[in-house]
Design a protein around this ligand. Structure first.
Ligand code: PLP
Length: 456
């Protein structure tokens, strides 16, 4: 065995450890090490080639307040000196305070939280609560969703090619279409469609056994990785009514769309809808320490005073992570980041629409707040996708990865490796107009690579 305190760490050593010993997520294992990040500040990060780059996607839409905010680092350091963690059967101050803070910032009577380690875990807990509360097993989910990488949450991620490798686990799942107006599965146009996609859900619930068999439906309020799909404003109010009619639970996965990303605290706040269960992660701590939360409405939380709550984890309510969240959440308010997201988001959307006019490869532009997507097509008129869905899981390059590569060469990161044909731009909520201009300028150049794939 080598000297464990002195493992060789020159660049070539680190590169070889990456290639030989590390699993890279959602990909064929690379022959070369990915770029190594050495530091980050605000909306920028630096790689070990000494180059500073623009983070135009908040990494995975999680560094909402920007990188390395000293207020959060101080809070984490102080908590680490006091108490990093303890058994979840006992309380700690940050956990108690965070549970109260989440009840304050989430809408309606969402008021009891199971605090876990990330988005996937938050959704696993949500589904288990849904099953335990209703005593039913069937879950509705929507195509073009991503709810996480573990067995149940991956099974719920319908139509995401990464899920094709998954043996179904944990739940009986029925998939329904998204309100994806650019590619409506019913061949209709909004608003004449009268939201056929919601009517369809109503019918599916009835066919699947209604209140006797269906436990709930899980939705990203604004779909993230699978294409920045923004629903029409009536969609969630109508879905809420249908859930109430059938007495099934509405779970909204705000892992990406929460904490100011769309210009409100939570995306459902745009439509004044209160879900039965809301799942959170990413912006909850802005990624300084991993954390997730599953927040339920009062009557659901109260049920578990009489009924056994069958879920838990060693790191539930981890003190260090809760302390990070306690430092991050007030920053959204104190630094007016949610207002900035709404204002800069409008600017970013306008600029993205200019890219659509200019580039034959941009078929559609959609967004809400600092969450804006460019959908790439082969042909604007026919809307033929620039590549098939399966391209995500095929080896080698594809047009979107070529754009990602070009962005990297030009010194910027956007969300281009996700499963859809959409390149997402989601800079930290502290972004300025000048930084948006810079990012759009780089995107403008990179899109030329995709333009080369357009034609009849
Ligand atoms: C909407 C949504 N839900 C759940 C997850 C899973 O979160 P995590 O990667 O923290 O487990 C993600 C991750 O990107 C997500 O976008």
């Amino acid at each position: 065995m080598i000297d464990l305190r002195n493992i060789p760490s020159d660049k070539e050593d680190l590169d070889s450890y990456e290639v030989e010993h590390n699993f890279q997520s959602w990909s064929y294992q690379p022959a070369q090490s990915p770029l190594r990040v050495v530091s980050a500040k605000g909306v920028r990060f630096t790689t070990d080639d000494g180059r500073e780059r623009l983070d135009f996607s908040s990494c995975f839409v999680n560094h909402n307040i920007g990188h390395q905010d000293p207020r959060v680092i101080d809070a984490i350091t102080e908590q680490a000196r006091t108490l990093c963690a303890f058994a979840p059967s006992l309380s700690n101050k940050p956990r108690a305070l965070l549970a109260k803070m989440l009840a304050e910032v989430t809408p309606g009577d969402l008021s009891r939280a199971f605090i876990s380690l990330g988005g996937t875990e938050a959704n696993e807990a949500a589904v288990k609560i849904c099953h335990q509360f209703t005593g039913r097993r069937k879950m509705l989910t929507r195509y073009r969703s991503y709810h996480g990488g573990t067995a149940t949450s991956m099974s719920l991620s319908a139509g995401d090619a990464r899920g094709w490798f998954q043996v179904m686990g944990g739940t009986e799942m029925i998939s329904v279409p998204q309100p994806y107006c650019y590619r409506c599965m019913f061949g209709q146009k909004y608003p004449e469609c009268d939201l056929q996609c919601v009517k369809y859900i109503d019918e599916v619930i009835e066919l699947e056994g209604g209140s006797e068999k269906v436990a709930g439906i899980i939705c990203e309020p604004v779909t993230g990785a699978n294409g920045i799909i923004v629903p029409p404003s009536e969609y969630f109010p109508r879905l809420r009514e249908i859930c109430d009619k059938w007495e099934i639970l509405l779970i909204t996965d705000e892992v990406m769309s929460g904490f100011g990303r769309t210009g409100k605290w939570f995306a459902v706040d745009h439509w004044d809808v209160v879900p039965d269960i809301m799942t959170l992660a990413k912006g909850l701590t802005s990624a300084y320490v991993p954390l997730g939360a599953t927040v339920v409405r009062k009557h659901i939380g109260n049920r578990f005073k009489e009924q056994f709550f069958s879920h838990g984890a060693t790191y539930a309510g981890h003190a260090l992570a809760c302390a990070a969240a306690l430092a991050v959440i007030p920053i959204y308010q104190e630094d007016n980041l949610i207002e900035n997201s709404a204002k800069m988001g409008k600017y970013l959307l306008d600029k993205a629409l200019e890219l659509k006019d200019k580039h034959p490869c941009v078929g559609d532009v959609r967004g809400l707040g600092l969450f804006v997507g460019l959908e790439l097509v082969k042909n604007k008129k026919t809307r033929e996708p620039i590549m098939p869905l399966a391209a995500k899981i095929r080896q080698g390059m594809n047009p979107k990865l070529e754009v990602a590569k070009k962005l990297g060469e030009l010194g910027m990161m956007a969300m281009a490796a996700n499963p859809s044909n959409v390149i997402a731009m989601a800079p930290p909520l502290i972004v300025t107009k000048d930084e948006i201009d810079e990012g759009i300028g780089i995107m403008d150049q990179a899109l030329e690579v995709a333009d080369a794939h357009t034609g009849d």
